[in-house]
Design a protein around this ligand. Structure first.
Ligand code: ADP
Length: 490
């Protein structure tokens, strides 16, 4: 008989203020905003609502720490040790942090434990190891000169992150910034501020000097907008929607900030008839429904070769309809609620569009229960390339299945999107795998797997899915400036 595991104890919420210059403080305006439990729609906590005045304080604290604080004088190797210590503290608190993430975001605690937290820790350790390996080169130039380059930190960086992987996005941003010697003004997403604030407290405990990390919770156009416009911030790293990135690019023009973007996607996931169908179906189910479908790289356009189409559709439908929805804090839960009412409404409207535009809804297609933002795992078949559900990023548990017959036609259809974040192919044909990897214009290609992430493997988008890369050595580059030094010899 299957046992139902006990729900995890609700974690205590310890930090709800702005963290500026090493101090916890209310917003200058005194305003607070609500963060909601998406599983129950009840209030979790009231959090300080930062705005331009708080961003200004944070930017000044970060500037001071960058230019005259201990951070600017610390040996690179010691900076690395601080990052290692932060990773250790997060590891010690892994279960509580996973529960807090689950509570604020709605993701199943088992995913937070098995995926988010280990990736957070790995990312911080990876960049900790990089801190003392960032160096320039000596360059042979014409004439009697000695020329070398220095890799210097870009300065004060503004970091704006979304709500789908709050802690992981924090680590992806802090890791390379701190390794490079930058200081940070971060704004977590308004839906999920709690774990980023907790990480700031752990960073202080780990020995990150005051002012090096500043966290200002608040809303996008106000607190986020103030980061983008602030003349004392040198660079903005942003993860979110391409429409927001367009606003940021316009607003950053005034101070010509360096910009990196990690944006959305409508990733093709292709199943060929020669593939290991069981693995392909399992991987495809995971590649879309993981994290309630709230992944920028979700494999939301599933192309299935005609010969195996019906079998694959049946198997995907039966897998999706057996997913366990429920309390995210229960270790048995496979799917939690969507993050908030706005996302819930957006996804439901796409489900409605799919039905109206003539796709066949095979499972789901409706909300689950009457409390919390739960949506049943939904599969549409008979989808064609022009339907909204095949073109737009839905960011929810909605899979669109498209049929294909011809390989050349498939490559063209896979590329027929302004996004270019990720793509996957399931096949035993090595030539087809390489052909796909070469011709599909996306930043990440998975072959016979999906959602395989590693701190060392660069991630980011072609086309309107982004600018620059995160993770790996590529992820470090945007946090450094190259300085060329030329010395006349004799
Ligand atoms: P999502 O749809 O995933 O919420 P957004 O791009 O709206 O994507 O949000 C991602 C992050 O960007 C959040 O922290 C949000 O507050 C912030 N944000 C939203 N609008 C702006 C803006 N105009 N300027 C700066 N940051 C913004």
């Amino acid at each position: 008989m299957a046992t139902v595991a006990e729900p995890i104890k609700r974690p205590r919420i310890k930090q709800t203020q702005c963290f500026i210059g090493g101090k916890w403080q209310d917003a200058v305006s005194g305003k607070r905003f609500a963060t909601i439990d998406p599983a129950t729609e009840e209030l979790l906590a009231e959090v300080a609502e930062g705005d331009a005045a708080d961003i200004d304080l944070a930017a000044k604290a970060a500037r001071k720490a960058f230019e005259s604080g201990p951070w600017s004088r610390m040996d690179a190797r010691d900076r690395g040790r601080v990052l290692y210590r932060l990773a250790d503290l997060i590891e010690e608190e892994l279960n509580d942090l996973a529960a807090l993430e689950s509570l604020d975001n709605g993701k199943p605690v088992r995913d937070a434990r098995a995926a988010d937290l280990p990736l957070v820790i790995d990312c911080l350790r990876y960049y900790a190891g990089y801190a003392d390996k960032i160096h320039g080169s000596t360059i042979p130039v014409r004439g009697n000169y000695f020329t070398y380059t220095r890799k210097e930190p870009v300065g004060v960086v503004g970091q704006i992150i979304p709500w789908n992987f709050p802690m992981l996005m924090t680590a992806w941003k802090w890791g390379p910034a701190l390794a490079a010697g930058c200081t940070v003004v971060m704004k977590p997403a308004e839906q999920t501020p709690l774990t980023c604030l907790r990480m700031a407290a752990l960073a202080q405990e780990a020995g990150v000097p005051d002012g090096v990390i500043n966290v200002v919770p608040g809303f996008g156009p106000t607190a986020g907008g103030a980061i983008v416009k602030h003349p004392g911030i040198d660079k903005v790293a942003f993860t979110g929607e391409h429409l927001t990135a367009q606003i940021i690019m316009r607003e950053a023009a005034q101070s010509l900030k360096r910009l990196t973007f990690e944006l959305g996607g409508k990733s093709p996931n292709v199943i060929l008839a020669d593939s290991d169908i069981e693995k392909a179906v399992q991987g495809t189910n995971f590649g879309l429904f993981f994290n309630q479908g709230q992944c920028c790289c979700a494999g939301s356009r599933v192309f299935v070769e005609e010969r195996v189409h019906d079998e694959v559709v049946d198997r995907l439908t039966s897998l999706a309809s057996s997913r366990r929805l429920g309390d995210p804090l229960s270790p048995d839960t496979e799917q939690g609620p969507q993050v908030d009412q706005a996302q819930f409404n957006k996804i439901m409207s796409y489900i409605q569009k799919g039905k109206t535009e003539g796709a066949k809804c095979l499972t789901g297609g409706d909300r689950n229960g009457d409390r919390g933002y739960f949506i049943k795992p939904t599969i549409f078949a008979d989808v064609n390339d022009n339907m909204s559900i095949a073109k737009d990023e839905i960011f929810g548990p909605v899979m669109s299945i498209l049929k294909f017959k011809d390989w050349e036609d498939l490559i063209q259809r896979a590329n027929n999107t302004f996004y270019g974040l990720a793509a996957a192919v399931w096949t035993r044909d090595i030539s087809k795998a390489h052909d796909f990897a070469r011709r599909v214009r996306a930043g990440t290609i998975w072959v016979n797997c999906y959602d395989v992430f590693d701190a060392a493997a660069p991630f980011g988008g072609f086309k309107m899915s982004g600018q620059g890369r995160e993770l790996g050595e590529d992820g470090l580059r945007p946090y450094t400036e190259t300085k060329t030094v030329t010395i006349a010899l004799g």
